[in-house]
Write a protein that binds this ligand. Structure first.
Ligand code: PLP
Length: 440
């Protein structure tokens, strides 16, 4: 018999049969998840994927079409949750295209961005059908034009722009400085002229993406305003309206103790009006405004759950050794683009409310490298062998962004939990004979 406590979504908890308060994912407690599906384990709450999408749509208003950036979590069943909610899909490889289609994504609701698309990839997605290709290099202009000619049709393309002195804010900047992403804004006129020389390219859109993990609503609003202005100028330059204005992803979620969640009420106070004003501009009257977040939509829905193998002391420090680590969750170890390594939210998942132990503990994985440290200064209750530790905010850039082959540990299972139904295994666990399988 369990009792669900009334807590905010990210803090769902239940009192287990043992009387301890434990973390819950989509209505199922972690003890049961670990017992049924084993550890290490990724567990995702389908309801949180949906509520993230709905809260973003509510904040930005109906003129914005939200696409899910597949790279954040490319499990086909995760993509399917977003497709079923009507989201479009942003992909960065032909393999992501295949996954997007397997998840039920309509070809005209898929757009393809990325600085290095191969001829084979472009040929494949164009032959199968795609909403828009986002051009990022001169070579790509010629390549896409040649494939379009071969296929005997015009191909909708957008120009990806690396903004000037971008409105910044994300911890990992992708614009406003020299970068491999898109064309420098100062050269946009020349690039537009080049694209216009290719009759098989239908220049329909503009794409601007300045960075990821943005937690400031005002910075995001400024980036989007810049995207709108860029699109307005491009429409003037072309002498015809622009059809798509893609303002990228980059909406952040709080990971670290000092992070404040993105204030959607600030976005809601300004964004709908901003897009309504933009849609009144002559060059943007038919335009569709796109946001393509990954982290914001997927991150809060997932936990990475691991079992404690041992707890040991070394020269005054407590090490909690887990059966999972950076090979499954590189980002939590701080080795995926973090300059200063800070701890993800880590909890003793099977005993949330036990009193905190004095001082902090070091949470590590089983790999033979000090890089495999998941938490450096974790405040937790006293931990025992057999306990369950969860890394929260792990639904995005988790498994697929990790060095899964390193030390040949078996891949963890992934389960999708839907409140009121049995959890579903959406990736089977690997084993010693076949530790690493292709992503399902
Ligand atoms: C073109 C593009 N769109 C969307 C995203 C998703 O970014 P985020 O997960 O920060 O929203 C990325 C991330 O790198 C990207 O490169």
């Amino acid at each position: 018999m369990t009792l669900t406590l009334n807590r905010p979504a990210a803090e769902h908890a239940t009192v287990s049969d043992t009387g301890k308060t434990e973390l819950v994912v989509g209505g199922t407690g972690v003890t049961e998840l670990a017992k049924t599906y084993g550890t290490p384990l990724y567990a995702y709450d389908a309801g949180t994927f949906r509520s993230q999408l709905h809260s973003l749509r509510d904040a930005v208003g109906e003129r914005v079409d939200v696409y899910y950036s597949v790279k954040a979590n490319p499990n086909v069943e995760v993509i399917r949750v977003f497709v079923e909610e009507g989201a479009g899909l942003e992909i960065a490889s032909a393999a992501e295209y295949v996954r997007a289609r397997s998840a039920g994504g309509a070809s005209d609701r898929i757009l393809f961005a990325g600085p290095g698309k191969t001829p084979d990839e472009l040929d494949y997605v164009l032959s199968e059908g795609i909403g828009e290709i986002h051009l990022e290099t001169e070579e790509e202009i010629v390549l896409v034009s040649d494939i379009a000619k071969k296929l005997g049709r015009r191909v909708p393309v957008a120009l990806r722009i690396n903004p000037i002195a971008a409105v910044q804010g994300g911890s990992m900047r992708m614009g406003g400085k020299p970068t491999q992403f898109g064309f420098d804004e100062e050269n946009a006129d020349d690039v537009v002229a080049h694209i216009e020389q290719h009759p098989s390219l239908d220049l329909t859109g503009v794409h601007l993406f300045a960075g990821t993990q943005g937690l400031s609503a005002n910075t995001l609003l400024a980036q989007w305003a810049h995207g709108i202005d860029l699109a307005r100028r491009m429409a003037e330059r072309l002498g015809r309206p622009i059809k798509t204005v893609d303002m990228g992803g980059g909406l952040g979620i709080p990971y670290f103790a000092s992070d404040k969640p993105l204030d959607l009420s600030v976005i809601k106070a300004h964004a709908p009006q901003m897009f309504a004003d933009a849609a009144a501009l002559p060059g943007l009257r038919d335009a569709k405004f796109i946001l393509e977040p990954g982290r914001f939509l997927a991150g809060p829905a997932g936990i990475y759950l691991a079992r404690v193998l041992s707890v040991k002391q070394s020269r005054g420090s407590t090490f909690v050794i887990l059966d999972g680590g950076m090979h499954h969750h590189l980002a939590a170890s701080g080795n995926l683009g973090q300059v200063i390594k800070k701890d993800y939210p880590i909890v003793l998942a099977n005993n949330l409310n036990a009193p905190l132990q004095e001082g902090s503990q070091i949470v590590v994985g089983p790999l033979c490298t000090p890089l495999d440290t998941i938490g450096r200064k974790v405040a937790m209750p006293t931990v025992n062998t057999g306990d369950l530790v969860a890394v929260k905010q792990s639904g995005a850039y988790g498994l697929s962004a990790s060095p899964i082959g390193f030390l040949s540990h078996p891949m963890p299972a992934e389960v999708l939990v839907e409140a009121g139904t049995e959890p579903r295994v959406i990736r089977p666990r690997g084993d010693f004979k076949q530790p690493v399988t292709l992503l399902p």
